[in-house]
Write a protein that binds this ligand. Sequence first.
Ligand SMILES: *[C@@H]1O[C@H](CO)[C@@H](O)[C@H](O)[C@H]1NC(C)=O
Ligand SMILES: *[C@@H]1O[C@H](CO)[C@@H](O)[C@H](O)[C@H]1NC(C)=O
Ligand SMILES: *[C@@H]1O[C@H](CO)[C@@H](O)[C@H](O)[C@H]1NC(C)=O
Ligand SMILES: *[C@@H]1O[C@H](CO)[C@@H](O)[C@H](O)[C@H]1NC(C)=O
Ligand SMILES: *[C@@H]1O[C@H](CO)[C@@H](O)[C@H](O)[C@H]1NC(C)=O
Ligand SMILES: *[C@@H]1O[C@H](CO)[C@@H](O)[C@H](O)[C@H]1NC(C)=O
Ligand SMILES: *[C@@H]1O[C@H](CO)[C@@H](O)[C@H](O)[C@H]1NC(C)=O
Ligand SMILES: *[C@@H]1O[C@H](CO)[C@@H](O)[C@H](O)[C@H]1NC(C)=O
Length: 479
Amino acid sequence: MATLKRPLTYGVKMLTLCLLLSLCLGTALGVPCCTGVCDCEAHVVTCESKSLSDVPMCSASEVNEFTEMRLTKNRIVNPTFSRIPDSIKTLDLSDNNITTITIDKVRNVMESLDLSGNGLTSVPILSKLPSLHNLDVTFNPIPSNLNGFPDAIFRQLGTNLTSLHVGHPETFTEFPRTISTHLPKLDTLEINGAHARFGNLPPTAFEAFELVLKKLYIRNTLLYAVPLTLRRLRNLKELYFESNPVQDYGLLPEAFSGLNSLELLSLKNDSLTTFPAIVNNLKDKLTTLILDENRLLFIRENALNMVNGSNIENLYLRDCQLDRIPGAMADDSGNYLQKIKVLDLSKNKIQSIDRNDLHDLHSLQNVSFSENPLAYVSTLAFKNLGNLSFVDFSNTSIKVIPMALTNVARHGLDIDLRNTDVECICELACFQKYYKSRNFRVHGDCETVSVKLTDYLEMTIPHCPNFNGTVFPSCTANV
Ligand SMILES: *[C@@H]1O[C@H](CO)[C@@H](O)[C@H](O)[C@H]1NC(C)=O
Ligand SMILES: *[C@@H]1O[C@H](CO)[C@@H](O)[C@H](O)[C@H]1NC(C)=O
Ligand SMILES: *[C@@H]1O[C@H](CO)[C@@H](O)[C@H](O)[C@H]1NC(C)=O
Ligand SMILES: *[C@@H]1O[C@H](CO)[C@@H](O)[C@H](O)[C@H]1NC(C)=O
Ligand SMILES: *[C@@H]1O[C@H](CO)[C@@H](O)[C@H](O)[C@H]1NC(C)=O
Ligand SMILES: *[C@@H]1O[C@H](CO)[C@@H](O)[C@H](O)[C@H]1NC(C)=O
Ligand SMILES: *[C@@H]1O[C@H](CO)[C@@H](O)[C@H](O)[C@H]1NC(C)=O
Ligand SMILES: *[C@@H]1O[C@H](CO)[C@@H](O)[C@H](O)[C@H]1NC(C)=O
């Protein structure tokens, strides 16, 4: 019966899916506009990757009240600004070949201009954009001296600019003085890419905006240490210090000592080998810590003393070459990571989850083991995780549905078992009884039969010879 029914329902489902898809795609593509080279949709004019050598001509009626224009990935050298509709607030000219830019007239509405990935050798004159809030000039060969960052331009920009993105792997050799002295309203600064000569930041680097700055990104530099001047950023909320190979000794505790407002810290891909001790300084406010792509190997038990009593809610340890779950992640004293809600251990080398792993983390909601060579889960793991609602075992080497999941008392637990080789066998009868009574949601397919795990649990298991004899919740066989 079931095998006969399947292709039919499948066919109908596919048909419905195709209909839905074509409908969705039809609307997502929008209406062709601007001599047919762009798409106009939901206030956005999109002309991406069209080999354009200039801004296309749009008729006023087509783009009336459109607020965003995307011209990224073309071959524009000198954009004809008069062709940009007057209503555009956000203009993306990134990844072109722009060497000069001349703005035709005062444009009071324009707020955001992306010029990254072009051939500019100086920050252009932008005095005709009085409302500009966001400027991106990363990956332009702009020298970091007064020729590239002229004083007059920055004095004028300073009045309204809140977000600035700079950096280039060859020409960015020092922090431009004009940034330090102007820009009193800057709340977001990104330095992305710098020459090896860019080895530190002067103490005065953030002078003009040090109490205003909320987000700082420093990426892809060869800085040998976290600049000490960071400690002056007392209102900084998010620090993304990423892909700077500073290593453990480059994380100077003094640099972090004044960051009293920091809520998010990312030290992704910084060549770290141990859990950073500086976190201790940031105990109170810090809720998100991202340590992805460091070679942590394993986290020594005492390293997690750093987070004893911390308020960390989100801990990302993706791709850190961990070979086991840090033992100190759960502790009987109940002081570690008691606020943790999201724990991401994906892309590591964890092969087993042992009896004492991950218990008593009362706030934990989401945990991911995706892309680990995980093959064994002790039935005694996952105790006292009263808030756990999502477990990701996708892309692991798991072959049986871990019975440890039945230690999770919460109803509606979501279990991702996609891309695993879970065997669908009658021994799942016991798990099935928990699945039913706790409303588990299971995603994935059986390894043995090409059937969804849920279908197997709901339709096949009840016909297993051991099913009626399996006693819930003890799961002993009643013969
Ligand atoms: C960009 O323009 C320069 C000259 O202005 C030219 O030499 C170069 O080939 C152009 N690059 C691309 C990708 O078109
Ligand atoms: C700053 O922007 C506002 C609009 O957001 C504008 O009215 C004002 O003139 C700008 N200030 C300067 C000094 O350009
Ligand atoms: C990680 O940082 C190194 C420099 O230390 C860089 O070469 C590499 O591209 C970065 N990796 C990623 C994925 O960003
Ligand atoms: C963690 O902190 C608590 C008090 O905040 C303390 O009693 C306990 O000894 C600490 N644990 C470790 C291993 O340092
Ligand atoms: C938990 O994971 C699920 C599935 O990936 C996601 O939808 C949800 O937003 C996550 N919750 C948190 C708090 O990260
Ligand atoms: C769920 O988490 C909240 C706070 O994060 C906590 O107060 C509560 O006790 C937890 N519930 C259970 C059942 O552990
Ligand atoms: C998970 O495994 C599937 C099948 O092997 C693969 O196609 C997919 O890319 C994997 N996902 C990740 C995130 O590696
Ligand atoms: C289990 O019991 C039900 C009702 O008592 C019965 O209908 C069903 O056939 C039994 N299933 C098996 C596999 O013995």
